[in-house]
Structure formats: C-alpha cells, structure tokens
Design a protein around this ligand. Sequence first.
Ligand SMILES: [Zn+2]
Length: 325
Amino acid sequence: MMSHNEVLPGIIRVRGRAGPAGEAESAYVVLGEESVAIIDSGNPRSRDFHYKILRAVEDTPDYSLKDVKYLLITHEHWDHIGGLSFLKKQLKNAQLLVHEKAQETVENPRAMMQTKHFEVGRRKRLSLSVYDDPFRKLEKVKVDGVLGDDDKIDLGNTKLFIIHTGGHCAGHIFYLSSAQRALFVGDEVIYYPGDYNHYFIDLTGSASAREKALEFTLKLRMEALCPTHDEAFLGREAYATVRNALEAHKRREETILDVLSFKEETTLEEIGAEADALLGVSWAEPLQTFLDHTTTLAHLIKLEKEGKVSKIEKEKTPPKWFLTP
Ligand SMILES: [Zn+2]
C-alpha cells in the first residue's frame, strides 16, 4: 500500500502508523512551481515515517529533495516536531520556520513539553516510562526563522498564508494554500478520527482562541480541510467537520457548567473527571497520564473571563471552582 496520496493537485498526504484510536501520524507535502514545503514531521521515534516523507517528495515527477525549501509545523507538539532534526539534516536547502510562539519549545522540546505544555513531574514521568514515553528522543533543533501572524510563504504558483490560531497550544497555526484553497489545521479541529469530543487544549492553549479559530474557518473559502491525524475532508465535508468540532467544543463547555450547577465548590480534577465521563472521553495511555484535565482548565479559564465561573484559592490546596452567583 502506498503510504502517500494526493489530496488535491500539488498536495500530498504522507501517512505513518495509526495510534490506538486510529489517529494517524501524518505530514503534508505542498508542491509549488518554485519550491516545496513539508508540513509536520511525526513522532521522534518514527524513523520509517520520516523516510516516507522524503520518499513522497522523490516519488513525485519533476521534484527532488533539493526543491524542499521549507520545513514547517502546524504546532510544537511531540508528534509534529519529532522528525525535524532528521529532516533538516537530509534537506540541505530547507529552512525550518515556526511560529514565534512555538520557537522555544521546538528548540528545547523535552524540557518545554513537560513543564510549559503539560505538568509532567516526577510521578508522571515514572508512569510515562511504563508506556512508550512520547517525549523521549525528542531532539533539540535550531529554528531558521520565525513566522508572524500574517506572514506568507511563497512557493511559486501557490502561497501558504499563515493564520495563527493558538487554541490547541500557543504556537498553533493554520496554513492556507492560495492555489488549492487547502487548509492545514494540525490538531485544532480533530484529534481522534470521527470523534469530536476527543480534542485537547494544553496549558499554553486557549478555549476562546480555539472557538474563534473554528468560527473563522466556517467563513473561509476552502476546498479541503487537512488535519494531521485524519484523512483530508473535501468540499462540504470540510465544513461539516468544523461544525461538528465547534458543537463538541460548546458541548464540553455546557457540560462543565452543568457539573458545576450540582456542586458547591469543586476542584478541577473532579470537574474534569465528571465532564469526561458525561462526554465519554477517555484517552488511550500514555495520553491520559499527561493530558490530565488541561482541556477542562482551558474552558474554566474562558468561563472565568466571561464572569460565568469563579474560583477560590487557598494556600496549599488546589483552587476550587463554582458558578458565579
Ligand atoms: Zn498537538
């Protein structure tokens, strides 16, 4: 079976192994008249997948590895940056460009992933080591340039427009290819294929930014929606996918408010556990260990800003949340 396929003319999806819920490891190759860009690079330990990305370029008539000028990521998570260091060594003409908010993590991934994006202390590190620790083997890699919110990357006949979203994590961006109208959405829309409740927001992300990004996407003219962990969606299906994601986003928020309406003062852990149970969310390990309740926390922060919930903080105990009277 071919490990890559053409989504639209000039856009190739490269597939790696699938995770426990069918979430694929994947990357996209965008072929422009003058240069080629690679978007995302998989997990650090998937060397076979990193080779597949290179092969996808080589298998394309008229293109070679020399034409790859841009190495890009949708965001700074382990399963998107894992191949960067290897690919950079193989692709001598490629510049690694990341959003300015992603740079720190890309350049020092292991430390930043465990402290800035998630709270992986000693206890969790121990439980992760039982599984396949996803952060292990993440290598430091030097960024060649940073992308701002309104930058674009010119590939010749097509340009990639940068749209900063910052919901799933702080440095998350979309790329919109001008010729094909394909939108590369990373993990902002969907994570487990066909399952809209399993999205997540890390400690650097924002629930209101994710909501805005999804609403913005519905107004955009697009021919294809290209998520990293699922197949690309074409035409009307692209919009239906975003609408489903937006509904699930609002459903979690309503569920959190429902949970709070039955309690007086409650910790994040209790709210998150109850909301997850009501929504049927349980992550396959090792995700469950370090995702914790960061998504619920992101929604609580949004609801707090909107004045709908409040929290009390006492020394040495976790804060307690309640519905603003
Ligand atoms: Zn991610």
